[in-house]
Design a protein around this ligand. Structure first.
Ligand code: ZN
Length: 260
């Protein structure tokens, strides 16, 4: 007989504190089955968890960690920010800052980056994660300093890029090159591409990962490959399917904003 336990979610929740805390706590628990680990109840630990034994596998978890799967309206719970939240003009449409809006593998790299920086005393805020075509088009109309890519050409539109900013005394610090360098190196240690290496535009808050595939391939719906996929992300196909559904909802929502 077998029982299913959530382990990593608890561990993850303990690792982080504000301001990314709120996001980390609901880390993809809704539809990512990699948090579950099977235990063989024939061993000595059987007694302590026997009350959970049932004919069907039972999800054992702390009550506050039980998260209902909302495959219909889940996208509405994604965190967003309004223009000027971090002191810069980023256009009229809200920016999605939800880390769960990212490809799960990339999201976990970003969480590791946030944690690495925190250990160095650097707090990071998420400025934008997933970006709709409508939002990308808005940036395009705002000029080259915002983006050089039209709709469908930014990694943000595939959940494979994120913009971060270091926070000091609750203020975003955009112009400290030495600080950016530390953040950038932390990202590169995770194997991410860092926009601080670019000249046009120099984009030190931007991190992306594509698993080596091109933007054209992404536009065709191809997904990046990565190591240990089956071991750590057994539900990746389902996760991406639901993510795409949420992305589409956001697209509908923001393109109606664009028409107003
Ligand atoms: Zn970016």
């Amino acid at each position: 007989m077998r029982v299913v336990l959530t382990l990593s979610l608890l561990t993850l929740a303990l690792l982080f504190s504000a301001p990314a805390q709120a996001q980390i706590e609901k880390l993809f628990a809704s539809y990512d089955c990699r948090f579950y680990e099977e235990l063989d109840l024939d061993d000595e630990s059987a007694d302590t968890i026997s009350s959970f034994v049932a004919a069907e596998p039972v999800l054992v978890t702390a009550p506050e960690l039980i998260i209902t799967i909302d495959t219909i309206n889940g996208w509405k719970n994604w965190s967003t920010i309004e223009n000027y939240t971090f002191g810069k003009d980023r256009g009229g449409m809200p920016m999605i800052t939800e880390l769960n809006a990212l490809h799960p593998y990339f999201r976990d790299k970003i969480i590791a980056l946030i944690k690495d920086c925190r250990e160095q005393g650097i707090e990071l805020a998420v400025v934008e994660s997933y970006r709709t075509h409508a939002k990308q088009n808005e940036y395009k109309t705002m000029g080259k300093k915002y983006t050089r890519s039209g709709a469908g050409k930014s990694k943000h539109q595939y959940g494979l890029a994120v913009d971060l900013v270091p926070m000091v005394d609750s203020m975003a610090v955009w112009d400290d090159v030495a600080l950016w360098k530390k953040v950038g190196l932390a990202g590169e240690r995770q194997g991410l591409r860092w926009g601080g290496r670019w000249k046009r535009p120099y984009d030190p808050g931007h991190f992306e990962w594509t698993g080596g595939i091109t933007t054209a391939e992404l536009a065709q719906g191809k997904l990046p490959a990565f190591a240990n996929k089956d071991e750590h992300y057994p539900c990746i196909e389902e996760d991406i399917k639901l993510l795409r559904k949420y992305w589409k909802e956001w697209e509908v929502n923001q393109s109606s904003l664009a028409r107003r």
